[in-house]
Design a protein around this ligand. Structure first.
Ligand code: PLP
Length: 344
């Protein structure tokens, strides 16, 4: 890996971050007259902890990663955008990513005017590290990987992922939004070995908290310090900080939900396989299944007519004819299967 300071945009390296009242005075006091807050309407009158330490301590216990190696943001969307803004000089640097994958990496690259190079996965959606690395050049700052990948559902082979991390001299982001549903371990256990690795996870999927908007990035303390430098001062509001702290007590419930969804996933795969028109059910390590049918557009519309919404991935690279089906409750999956039988 190149020296981190050589990878970071010069203006980001040089700038002084916004210093809030909460940053300047951190201790205990009885009278706070420093932040122009309203003294009434406790506790929501006060600005929240800009670095969410209490919540990070809790996340730290669950993930086995020190609080200093954690960034919390407004969904994963925030760290995806920030990593681009920290490392990529508009109209100069570029990003390399697998294709197909999650659409937000490309959107954030476009917003920031950064060239985005797509490298096709193999036909079975596996990763070819050499092919990916061949698309990089001296201006490539970030590689985006997603494992399990969206919309394909598969885990990327760990040997290939590690080859990318070990060979590339820039930043590698591995998005593990669906890792709770996977058979393979998270890369988090090896985070300290790879100074150029950023692992993304989220509360939006396994934890059932998509509405609260909380995403996690795990990386070296140095990388995390740049996230903190660039983020909005109060990027995670107090309602989210307090609420998610409470939800994290329900680790057991999350585990039960994941177990239920994994067994529902197996059942759904089994029943989908019985439908004569289903051409292919791709293996999945996520909470969704990619399914190939003869006419995805037609089938999508017919399901909509029955009040059932799946994701039409027909126009996505390597996914022609495919629908992406999220695993629901037993009852929801049954309704889907009944509708599919009728459509035929
Ligand atoms: C759903 C999803 C996310 C979650 O995004 P949030 O902003 O945290 O809700 C992240 N990455 C991938 C690949 C996803 O599919």
């Amino acid at each position: 890996m190149k020296d981190l300071k050589a990878l970071i945009r010069k203006n980001i390296l040089a700038m002084k971050p916004y210093s809030s009242a909460r940053d300047e005075f951190k201790g205990e006091a009885s009278v706070f007259l420093d932040a122009n807050e309203n003294p009434l309407n406790n506790p929501y009158n006060r600005y929240p902890d800009p670095l969410q330490w209490k919540l990070k301590e809790k996340v730290s216990e669950i993930k086995g990663i020190a609080p200093e190696n954690i960034f919390l943001g407004n969904g994963s969307d925030e760290p995806i955008d920030l990593v681009i803004r920290i490392f990529c000089e508009p109209r100069v640097d570029n990003i390399v990513a697998i294709d197909p994958t999650y659409g937000m990496y490309f959107v954030c690259a476009e917003v920031n005017d950064i060239e985005y190079r797509k490298v096709l996965l193999n036909d079975d959606f596996s990763l070819d590290a050499d092919k990916l690395l061949a698309a990089t050049d001296k201006n490539t700052k970030i590689i985006f990987l997603c494992s399990p990948n969206n919309p394909t559902g598969n885990l990327l082979d760990k040997t290939e992922v590690l080859k990318v991390i070990n060979t590339f001299d820039g930043i590698v982001v591995v998005d593990e939004a669906y890792i709770d549903f996977a058979t393979d371990n998270s890369l988090l256990t090896e985070l300290d070995k790879y100074p150029n690795l950023i692992v993304l996870q989220t509360f939006s999927k396994a934890w059932g908290l998509a509405a609260v908007r909380l995403g996690m990035a795990f990386a070296s303390t140095e990388i995390i310090s740049y996230f903190n430098k660039v983020k909005y001062p109060y990027n995670v509001n107090k309602l989210t900080q307090d609420f998610v702290y409470g939800e994290l007590e329900k680790l057991q419930q999350k585990t039960e939900w994941v177990d239920m969804l994994i067994s529902q996933r197996a059942l759904l795969q089994q029943e989908l396989a019985k439908l004569p028109f289903v051409q292919k059910i791709y293996p999945t390590d996520a909470n969704f299944i990619l399914v190939k049918v003869p006419d995805a557009n037609d089938m999508y519309k017919k399901l909509v007519d029955k009040g059932i919404i799946v994701r039409n991935r027909n126009t996505v690279s390597l996914c022609g004819g495919c629908l992406r089906i999220t695993v629901g409750t037993g009852n929801e999956n049954k309704k889907l299967l009944e509708a599919l039988q009728l459509i035929g």
